[in-house]
Design a protein around this ligand. Structure first.
Ligand code: NAD
Length: 507
């Protein structure tokens, strides 16, 4: 690989990239080949050349991982004192922090996400572990219901068992840890099936967790395709829960396939989130937030504001400024510090996003695109794109494109824009810009979505619930909300006195 690609990368990052080797599965504390010995190629989004090969797990490997996870759950991990368990969780966080300089470049190299953005995502990953260690010690508590002096009824939170975690490629390391941290901290054992398109940092995480010396089988990684490794994890009767993040259609297929074994599901699915800018908004800040919200992470962002609704009185000037931004966004090598938009993950996804841009033209939109420097012609680059004159009934407004593409519409009044914003099957996030705070609250309440931001970009507070409504998801992750999913609430009733017991058959 040409070394000048890595001039902005730390020494640790360069070393990590230059020593990428073939990846194995991590099962029962060991790195192993797939039982079938099959592998698949991992491809660079920047060059479309092979990076390395990855062991391709299937049903047999999932069965092995689940067996190891069960043994650990019944054994050392399941019987460990909370304090000792959380010591491991803090250790993982510390080790991630120590290796940030390697993990972020690996993630950019694998996914095409710009290095300046993966650095922040990876830092969040260490926080996910620390946060859940703190949450478990402070908030994993039961409740007591006293019934006079007759009963003391109390709840306890027990781990569910084996957590099957299935994750996407768009922010792989951060999203994996967002599930692993609460699953392990609450006492479950884990089998992770990471996205086949982004295996590098999932493997690095396995190496880090191996270094943290968790008991064998507590954490397992089975790489492989969704239809084989993923589907086997979902169907395995010994896996008690599936936490899934990915496309809505995959989510519904997973729920069907897991129905026979009566699993519990957490579903974090697709989005088509609106950003609404009223005439009284701070338009400069709204423009910053809008541009970042759709073009960061290459537009491959579940909470991206992909539908822009502008009040008609400010639309013209807002659109001119947005065009200016799009013309100046720096599209480049994801390994360069100043790159703002990199290549999409895979040629299939590139073709899909491109086909939506063609569709927009057919549907009657004016398409405004930024520039892609000529030297990037081997990568999966889609220029930041604005679709003007969009209408709510167009497919490009109704369907998730998952690329750097924003559809722009105008509105006359509050009632109209609420109706337009709600007229999609998704309900993940929404953004409202207005200086009238009564209206801000009102519109935030009226939009059907799991998460709303008023006069703000997508700033996360880890204590708050994360998740979508409608076809964007089922359940909430984040804060203590994750406990509802990763633990079983058990009620214990204790009689303190001689309450009445019917005496059937007594003479
Ligand atoms: P995807 O659904 O194609 O794949 C996600 C994961 O599911 C991968 O690991 C894949 O191998 C696996 N999978 C695929 N088919 C499977 C099956 N039949 N059984 C079990 N597992 C299977 O999604 P993607 O393309 O990797 O990710 C992009 C999608 O994820 C977008 O729709 C995006 O909005 C969504 N997403 C949602 C959130 C959220 O929090 N709501 C966050 C990030 C991404």
């Amino acid at each position: 690989m040409s070394t000048d690609r890595l001039t902005d990368v730390s020494e640790a990052g360069k070393k990590a990239i230059n020593s990428i080797s073939n990846i194995k599965l991590y099962i029962d504390g060991s790195f192993v080949d797939a039982e079938s010995k099959k592998t698949f190629d991992n491809i660079s989004p920047f060059t479309n050349e092979k990076i390395n090969t990855v062991a391709s797990g299937d049903e047999a490997d999932i069965a092995k991982a689940v067996k190891a996870a069960r043994k650990a759950y019944k054994g050392e991990w399941g019987n460990m004192k909370m304090k000792d368990r959380l010591t491991y969780i803090y250790k993982i966080a510390d080790l991630i922090d120590e290796h940030i300089d390697e993990i972020a470049p690996l993630e950019s190299y694998d996914t095409g996400l710009p290095i300046s953005q993966t650095k922040k995502m990876v830092a969040r990953a260490a926080n996910n572990f620390r946060f859940y260690a703190e949450m478990v010690s402070a908030r994993l508590v039961g409740e007591v219901y006293q019934v006079d002096d007759e009963f003391l009824n109390y709840t306890v939170q027990k781990p569910v068992g084996i957590a099957g975690l299935i994750t996407p490629w768009n922010a792989p390391f951060m999203l994996e840890t967002w599930k692993i941290a609460p699953a392990l901290a609450t006492g479950n054992t884990v089998v992770l099936k990471p996205a086949e398109l982004s295996p590098l940092t999932a493997n690095r995480l396995a190496e880090i967790i191996d270094k943290a010396e968790l008991p064998d089988g507590v954490f397992n990684v089975v790489h492989g395709y969704g239809e084989t490794a993923g589907a086997s994890l979902v169907a395995n009767p010994d896996v008690e829960l599936i936490s899934f993040t990915g496309e809505t259609t995959t989510g519904s297929e997973i729920m069907k396939n897991g129905a026979d074994s009566l699993k519990r599901f957490s579903m974090e699915l697709g989005g088509k989130s609106p950003i609404i800018v009223f005439e009284d908004a701070d338009v400069d800040r709204a423009l910053d937030a809008c541009t970042w919200g759709i073009f960061s992470f290459n537009g491959e962002r579940c909470t991206a504001n992909s539908r822009l609704y502008l009040h008609e009185s400010i639309a013209e000037s807002f659109i001119e400024n947005l065009k200016d931004r799009v013309a100046n966004i720096r599209v480049g090598d994801p390994m360069r510090a100043d790159t703002q938009v990199g290549p999409l993950i895979h040629t299939d996804h590139y073709n899909n996003v491109k086909s939506y841009i063609e569709l927009a033209k057919e549907e009657g939109c004016e398409v405004i695109s930024g520039n892609i420097p000529g030297e990037l012609n081997r990568g999966n680059y889609v220029a930041p794109t604005i679709l003007l004159n969009a209408k709510n009934n167009m497919r490009i407004v109704q369907e998730e494109i998952f690329g750097p593409v924003i559809a722009v519409m105008t509105f006359k009044d509050e009632a109209e824009v609420i109706e337009l914003a709600n007229d999609v099957r998704y309900g993940l996030a929404g953004y409202v810009w207005t200086k009238d705070m009564q209206r801000g609250h009102r519109v935030a309440h009226a939009i059907d979505s799991g998460m709303l931001w008023v006069n703000s970009q997508n700033v996360r507070d880890l204590r708050t619930p994360f998740g979508g409504s409608k076809h964007s998801g089922i359940g909430r992750e984040g804060g203590h909300y994750a406990f509802d999913f990763y633990t079983e609430t058990k009620i214990i009733h204790v009689a303190m006195g001689d309450h009445h017991i019917p005496q059937f058959g007594k003479k």
